[in-house]
Design a protein around this ligand. Structure first.
Ligand code: ZN
Length: 240
């Protein structure tokens, strides 16, 4: 029986969830990861998950023994119900509600329900996600208010004491790069730059300074601007 803190990281293979994975490993948790297959247009996201995990295990031996099982949760039924630009062939645009068409209604609510059910079975106490209200204020299920209410509902409904942990909630994208450097130095920054996948269009393309991607979709735009801001400020490290 172990007494280490245990975390389930919601891990998409993107920049934010990779930094979350590093946060949990660096603080000494035993960590499992889960990924959601909800009919993404891009298998590339699932491939990035494997690549990033392998790169972290190879580069950080002090973390490798605590990076444990990876779970893939099949949620295509949800994807079919909650169609959006990420799960169907729709253009990325603003909708009449003022939300981008990339918003999948209720996605994080559903993700955390599935994650909590898995964590319950696996005996994991912390659910770690890369939600961020600084950059994604258009996504109501990324806000801490929403996640506080959800944490309460999960704990009432499952008679557990889960913590929904969102270490990036108040950070800008530039600060997320800085945090990566603080956690794992240039090595982790390079893994994120080279191996993570953020682009909505599923484009790998050339390796830009800020990583792979189409360079023009909202996700690439955000990532690029965060990188540029971090570089312009002298690439500081933010210690966790
Ligand atoms: Zn893109």
């Amino acid at each position: 029986m172990h007494t280490d803190p245990t975390s389930l990281v919601l891990f998409s293979g993107g920049q934010d969830s990779t930094v979350c994975l590093a946060v949990a490993l660096a603080r000494g948790d035993r960590v499992e990861t889960c990924g959601f297959d909800y009919g993404q247009r891009h298998v590339i996201e699932m491939e990035a998950r494997r690549t990033v995990r392998a790169a972290i295990i190879a580069a950080f031996p002090q973390w490798a023994s605590r990076l444990c099982e990876d779970h893939r949760l099949e949620m295509r039924g949800f994807g079919a119900v909650a169609q959006s630009a990420l799960t169907a062939d729709r253009a990325i645009e603003m909708t009449s509600r003022g939300l981008p068409s990339t918003f999948v209604p209720g996605r994080n609510l559903v993700f955390f329900n599935f994650a909590a059910a898995l964590a319950d079975r696996r005996g994991l106490t912390h659910l770690v996600g890369g939600m961020c209200e600084t950059d994604y204020s258009g996504y109501p299920d990324c806000r801490r208010d929403t996640l506080d209410a959800l944490e309460k509902a999960l704990n009432l409904g499952m008679e557990r004491n889960f913590v929904i942990d969102t270490p990036l909630m108040k950070l800008t994208k530039a600060q997320t790069w800085a945090l990566a450097k603080g956690l794992g130095g240039e090595t982790l920054v390079e893994i994120i730059r080279r191996d993570t996948h953020t682009c909505y269009l599923g484009t790998r393309g050339e390796l830009h300074a800020w990583g792979h991607g189409c360079g023009t979709c909202p996700a690439c735009d955000l990532r690029r601007r965060g990188w540029d801001e971090w570089v312009a400020s002298g690439q500081p490290a933010l210690n966790p």
